[in-house]
Design a protein. Structure first.
Length: 290
């Protein structure tokens, strides 16, 4: 017998209520005050648009020193029939250890019985398994000063979207790039293109942050990795994260649903030693008019 969205949302509310009773202290669970009422309103009528996905975070104390690890939770409407989207982060974790922690967390969650509520199980796993990653960070920090040569890798991601219009989405993109010390650009309009460059873990965290919860028409078209014994800053093609807007071919209606001038975009790419990316993004060779 097929499980309905309504049944899944009812289970999500029950789980949130259970978690709030288990983590009653202020700051332990960060949940938007309208999140639960929004789902409840939908369940009373169940004939309108689906409510926003439930999203919250849980602060977890790890080890005897009670290091804070935050578990960020995003629940698809059909959870627990489909897996939740979870991301553990901590200021005490280097990005590489943080990525390893999340890889193992995802593997653990995927091993659990399908269709069962699992957020508390994920919380317990983070509480019981984060300490080795925290200790690895401490050891690597202490040994870093002893290394004579440290190799770093510049990671560059080229991201394509059908369009980028919404101001709140553009704000999220720029805020996230600034927080993670990424350079590159965001081309607004139709199509939309984003380039970010920096440390690999930072780029991957950026990709995770902007892609979820529900950006459907977006894909990472190309990735470049360049290793250096010096600073990755010497390998950057961009000095900052730029707001890129070119003259449009036309303005069609209230949505400003217009195509950007790709000739100007190609010229911009060539100025930044990236003309070859045009064909990767659009499937055609870029040629500048005389």
């Amino acid at each position: 017998m097929a499980v309905t969205v309504q049944e899944c949302l009812e289970l999500q509310l029950l789980e949130v209520e259970m978690l709030l009773s288990m983590f009653p202290k202020k700051g332990e669970i960060n949940l938007d005050e309208d999140a639960v009422p929004g789902v409840q309103r939908y369940l009373r009528k169940a004939d309108g648009a689906l409510p926003p996905q439930l999203e919250y975070s849980i602060a977890i104390d790890v080890g005897e020193t009670k290091v804070k690890v935050e578990l960020q939770v995003l629940l698809p409407h059909m959870y627990p029939q489909v897996a939740p989207q979870l991301f553990a982060r901590s200021d005490a974790l280097h990005r590489q250890q943080q990525l390893r922690l999340n890889t193992h967390l995802a593997s653990h969650v995927s091993s659990l019985d399908s269709g069962e509520l699992c957020i508390y199980e994920a919380v317990q796993w983070v509480k019981e398994n984060s300490l080795p990653y925290l200790e690895d960070c401490k050891v690597s920090s202490e040994s870093a000063s002893e290394e004579v040569v440290v190799k770093e890798t510049l990671h560059r991601m080229w991201i394509y979207s059908h369009h980028i219009y919404r101001q709140e989405l553009r704000k999220k993109i720029f805020d996230c790039a600034k927080k993670l010390n990424l350079t590159g650009f965001c081309l607004t309009g139709k199509p939309g293109v984003i380039c970010v460059e920096g440390l690999r873990a930072s780029c991957e965290e950026f990709w995770h942050a902007i892609r979820y919860p529900n950006w459907k028409h977006i894909s990472c078209k190309h990735v470049e990795n360049i290793e250096t014994e010096g600073s990755i800053d010497n390998l950057r093609l961009f000095r900052a994260f730029e707001d890129l807007q070119f003259q449009a071919h036309g303005d069609y209606g209230l949505r400003n649903d217009y195509h950007m001038d790709l000739g100007q975009f190609l010229e911009f790419l060539k100025q930044h030693q990236s003309g070859h990316i045009f064909q990767i993004l659009f499937g055609v060779e870029g040629k500048l008019s005389d």
